[in-house]
Design a binder for this molecule. Sequence first.
Ligand SMILES: Cc1cc2ncn([C@H]3O[C@H](COP(=O)(O)O)[C@@H](O)[C@H]3O)c2cc1C
Ligand SMILES: O=C(O)c1cccnc1
Length: 352
Amino acid sequence: MGREQELRAVISRVGGLDEAAAAAAAQRLDSLTKPPGSLGRLEDIVKQLAGITGQTLPSVERKAVVVMAGDHGVCEEGVSAFPQEVTPQMVANFLAGGAAVNVLARQAGAEIICVDIGMASPLEHPGLLQRNVRRGTANMAKGAAMTREEAVEAVLAGARIAEELAGKGVELLATGEMGIGNTTASAAVYAVLAGVPVEDAAGRGTGISDERLGHKIEVIARAIKQNEPDAADPLDVLAKVGGLEIAGLTGLILGAAAERKPIVIDGFISSAAALAAARLCPASAAYMIGSHQSHERGHSKLLEEIGLAPFLKLDMRLGEGTGAVLAFHLIEAAVRLQSEMATFESAGVTKG
Ligand SMILES: Cc1cc2ncn([C@H]3O[C@H](COP(=O)(O)O)[C@@H](O)[C@H]3O)c2cc1C
Ligand SMILES: O=C(O)c1cccnc1
């Protein structure tokens, strides 16, 4: 079977939600000692998780955030405030436990799976999942970031990681990433897939000046003009103007959906990957849970495009999976309410 057919097979495994389980969960929510619907969106999470897993009392005890790392040839155009060597340096920091996502994952009781999907240089570390598809993308302002085959390979690698984690009993997944220059590629993917103007899709990333933002917009526009990605073909878009970690996250999301596991979507880069997943497989969107609204320009519209509503708006603009891991706390709270609250009957409270 060709690699693209393998991907089609993953996509074909993504089924609809279990409506009966969601209805049973809704019924239990209404039996708990509170006015019906009074826990608002926490109730929506419970119903969604029930529909995803088929369980009236879903569990999210085992949680993991997958941090995909990749490099970007477009960095040579000067689109980031930081140099490319920060990617491996930060990966080393993740592996040593010192990055923001490590702190938040420890607090949330989640494991971190750090993946080299497209780093420019190899990094030997027993804790790093070696799934490198190519040593960084090519400069998309001059030609395709990667071949279609490489994009498919990265998507499949992501899907396989989701399958492996599901097989190990992980019940809740989150997307995370590291890759200097990846807000440029993400903005390009978003602009093409959603048909929005580049200036509405691109933001300051790591914190570039007005002048550099203007240049970044011009570079993205040039990359799109040069490559003519087909908006109706997400794999073409990921290959020509995307990134290896973006494609890997698209696969992770599709794999999670195929395994009937909920997946929490982090910030701007993760959301660009989620949009590609939703375009490749519209049914996968039902398995996604929004987390936060990044400070990055374009993120709120990008979330709307996918149909995701963020829980948090903390003006964060970091990525790594930080916003998604913060949302783990709310998801766990929702699940605990469903399983631990007394019912009107058990507590002897009069129902209205
Ligand atoms: C120290 C450091 C840690 C980070 N952790 C995540 N990012 C975030 O910033 C990068 C995207 O921004 P741009 O497109 O402007 O390069 C990605 O690596 C993203 O994960 C970081 C960036 C830096 C500098
Ligand atoms: O929203 C994000 O994920 C983000 C924004 C800026 C820089 N890095 C990541």
